[in-house]
Design a protein around this ligand. Structure first.
Ligand code: FDA
Length: 503
């Protein structure tokens, strides 16, 4: 069979992958990026690249016949989800037995669908999670490098205080303060200058038009506009889309051999390709990379992978919930989709929680305060290979989610008590579920730094094989994770290019 060879291959095109592609390209190394999703640059029949959250179509979700939005219902009605046709849409929800994981699909990975919150973790917690990483170097060099490259900026505080679009945040801030809790501004990669022009009516609305989880048509500095644009600009990087890597092996001469299925927009495999490379960088995300390596170990194609591959997975303690406000506490019909504030109770050692104040942009006043809580849940799970089905399973249980709920509940019971408010029971399905603990936006771990890999992401048992994505993070980082993933990838690439690729 014809093997298409490249000096370096990067699997995926999310944060870790995009950093690898840029730094390899700048070093003059010819690099091929393989991404299972599509390139999001061509407008559909409505003139827009991405569809809106209010009227989702085939572009919204990865090969579905109905959307599966995180908020399933409103006033117990299934008003949120819509029938769609099967297509490689931008948001995927991957279902395991007791946990489902939202991930982005397309050139840019999670950066296409996420809330853009660009948070640097608390240094003490970073050091706790990564005891073998030099924190001084991370906070002095790699975090600043990541933030600059990602285009991180902050909302103008004066505009924040005055605008209708962040009334929902100010109401939640007041309620947190009434309970003696601290709030903090959260940086974002959405261009706040652009957002102010949206509000002024001088620019096309995106964050102010409900766009986020199915993609932003304007304003957001997703990876296709930052790292990946620069990577392509080096002239050394090529991206193949709609190609899913399904197997990795190593030839006798040390070449890594990848098997990839090329699909069409109906999902049919139209070609199976073989690629060879000397250097292999895995950036398929916590799920994608863990799946590839667990399968490679268990099917014997990379038998020297150690027992830590697949282990150390967590949800970053994610729980979503809503509170019902008093009638006089209106949150506003106008809500920006980009969160800019969090309730920071991480220093509370008895119950550490960082809760992002999330928007619920329906275009109508609904008196709901919505939150995505990040709790310090110590539970971890492992991926295992099911030989009968050839699939990888995740061992996370409902009891492990209950730990996150317990922590979120303690914090929000305090907030409800201080404000004489209650939870909303109608948002997460018909059973009156208050805490959405069965999905996560922040899958982390599976190939943890220093365990499945060395301290720089070099996979143990093999040379020239690297992990650069969220699977390196041991299940929890206490804040939204993409800045940490990007900074760790910068650190890996600096080391690898200095030490491993010398002629
Ligand atoms: P990432 O998941 O970004 O990229 C992996 C890529 O590899 C994908 O494009 C995938 O299609 C591709 N891939 C996987 N397997 C493959 C294979 N076998 N072959 C080919 N391609 C493959 N974080 C944050 O810091 N702030 C925030 O505000 C938010 N908000 C948020 C909202 C929503 C709705 C979601 C779903 C997620 C967030 N996140 C977030 C999380 C954040 O987006 C996430 O942590 C990062 O995207 C993870 O980056 P990685 O590099 O690990 O992989």
């Amino acid at each position: 069979d014809a093997v298409d060879n490249a000096p370096a291959i990067v699997v995926g095109s999310g944060y870790g992958a995009a950093v690898a592609a840029l730094r390899l390209g700048q070093a003059g190394i010819r690099t091929l990026v393989l991404e299972m999703g599509r390139l999001w640059n061509t407008p559909g029949s409505d003139g827009k690249v991405f569809c809106s959250t209010n009227a989702p179509d085939q572009r919204s979700m990865w090969f579905r016949t109905r959307t599966e939005a995180p908020l399933a219902s409103f006033l117990w009605l299934d008003v949120v989800n819509r029938d769609i046709s099967r297509y490689p849409g931008v948001l995927d929800r991957v279902h395991f037995a007791d946990m489902s994981v939202f991930v982005g699909r397309g050139v840019g990975g999670g950066s296409l669908v996420n809330g853009g919150m660009a948070v640097t973790p608390l240094r003490s917690y970073f050091a706790e999670q990564f005891p073998t990483v030099d924190a001084a170097e991370m906070y002095g060099t790699y975090f600043p490098r990541a933030r600059a490259m990602l285009g991180v900026n902050t909302v103008d505080p004066a505009w924040f205080e005055a605008t209708d679009w962040y009334r929902f945040s100010r109401v939640s801030r007041k309620h947190a303060q009434n309970a003696g809790l601290r709030t903090t501004f959260v940086p974002n990669v959405y261009d706040f200058g652009y957002m102010q022009r949206e509000a002024a009516g001088t620019a096309a609305k995106s964050a102010l038009a409900g766009e986020v989880i199915y993609g932003n048509n304007q304003g957001k500095r997703s990876l296709d506009k930052t790292y990946l644009a620069s990577a392509l600009g080096t002239g050394n990087v090529t991206i193949h889309t709609l190609e899913k890597v399904r197997a990795i092996s190593r030839a006798a001469d040390g070449t890594y051999v990848l098997t990839a299925d090329r699909i069409d927009t109906t999902g049919n495999v139209v070609e199976t390709k073989q690629y060879g490379c000397r250097y292999l960088f895995l950036g398929g995300g916590s799920l994608g990379t863990s799946e590839l390596l667990v399968r490679a170990r268990e099917t014997g194609t990379l038998p020297a992978l150690n027992a830590s591959v697949g282990a150390g997975w967590g949800t970053n303690g994610n729980v979503m919930l809503g509170r019902a406000n008093h009638l006089w506490d209106t949150v506003g019909a106008n809500q920006s989709t980009m969160p800019v504030m969090g309730i920071d109770d991480w220093a509370n050692t008895a119950n550490p929680v960082f809760a992002e104040i999330a928007p619920l942009p329906t275009g109508l006043e609904h008196w709901v305060s919505l939150y995505l809580a990040i709790t310090k849940n110590p539970q971890r799970a492992a991926f295992t290979y099911d030989a009968a089905s050839g699939t990888v399973k995740l061992g996370w249980s409902a009891a492990q989610s209950a730990v996150s709920v317990g922590m979120a509940k303690k914090l929000f019971d305090r907030i409800n008590a201080a404000n004489a408010t209650i939870y909303r029971y109608d948002l997460f399905g018909g059973a009156g579920k208050v805490f959405a603990d069965d999905f996560t936006y922040h899958p982390l771990g599976g190939c943890v730094l220093g365990r499945a890999t060395d301290d720089y992401g070099r996979v143990k048992g093999y040379s020239r094989l690297y992990v650069t994505d969220g699977s390196l993070v041991p299940g929890s980082i206490g804040v939204n994770p993409f800045v940490t993933i990007t900074a760790l990838a910068e650190r890996t690439m600096a080391r690898v290019l200095a030490e491993d690729t010398a002629p």
